[in-house]
Design a protein around this ligand. Structure first.
Ligand code: BGC
Length: 244
């Protein structure tokens, strides 16, 4: 039987949503995409979630991925989103508006969950680190397929700054780095991550995934480096799966 769950993924510039068949990981229609309201306050985003739900959902559960540490539905950090998300009871507030099961989780954790279940990490045992390169750098770490939630490896210090201020996709665009220059930074970051965690596999995803062919040959790590299969859809699919 098809189980359809609405997945929503909040990014720095856009919010993506789609109804997902959580028995197969397939999107049932092309992703809906709307610009992230600026400022990206909880009140503004809750209205967007409610509107997306009335447009897309069949009235079932909702999985919501946010660029925040999330504990029991409460968002705890706000690096690339309005500071109103600090200690905001997102699941509780959304449940007041939409009376149904709601699961809220970190966006990179959601992407990693999708990749481990149906994507580049499917069936992979050992330590896998999913990294998403977008506005920031998101991370998810798995051992034998089991997630340790809320890792924030994008905030590892490198060159006296947060790693995501050194090697995210946004930095590449803003500083107009060519692929070799950006890949050199990513290699430094992967080397640092490898020295600390010794993963068997890195899965690289996020906004930059569609250009994987440009920079993959320039990357180097003792760990196996794989492209995310779901690219920009992973957060939506993983959020829905988490809510299933
Ligand atoms: C946030 C993470 C998030 C990542 C990707 C970082 O700035 O701290 O929670 O996963 O960006 O969106």
């Amino acid at each position: 039987m098809t189980k359809r769950i609405l997945g929503i993924d909040v990014g720095g510039s856009s919010i993506k949503a789609g109804l997902v068949d959580v028995t197969t990981g397939r999107l049932l229609a092309p992703l809906a995409q709307v610009p992230t309201p600026q400022p990206s306050t909880p009140a503004a985003l809750i209205e967007v979630f409610v509107a997306l739900d009335s447009r897309l959902s069949g009235g079932g559960a909702i999985g919501l991925a946010l660029p925040c540490v999330v504990q029991q539905g409460v968002t705890r950090t706000a690096a690339n989103i309005d500071s109103g998300w600090l200690d905001f009871d997102c699941a509780g507030r959304l449940r007041e508006r939409l009376d149904r099961p709601i699961v809220v989780l970190n966006d990179a954790d959601a992407a990693g969950v999708a990749e481990m279940r149906w994507g580049a990490g499917e069936g992979t045992r050992g330590v896998v680190i999913m990294l998403t390169f977008g506005t920031g750098i998101g991370s998810a770490i798995f051992n034998d397929g089991v997630l340790l939630p809320n890792t924030e490896f994008g905030h590892l210090e490198m060159q006296g700054m947060d790693a995501e201020h050194f090697a995210s996709a946004r930095v590449r665009t803003e500083q107009q780095l060519d692929w070799p220059a950006w890949a050199a930074r990513v290699n430094q970051y992967l080397a640092r991550m490898h020295a600390l965690f010794w993963p068997d596999v890195f899965i690289l995803g996020g906004a930059v995934s569609e250009n994987f062919a440009h920079f993959a040959p320039l990357l180097d790590s003792p760990a196996d480096i794989r492209a995310a299969r779901f690219a920009g859809q992973a957060g939506v699919i993983g959020a829905a799966l988490a809510a299933a």
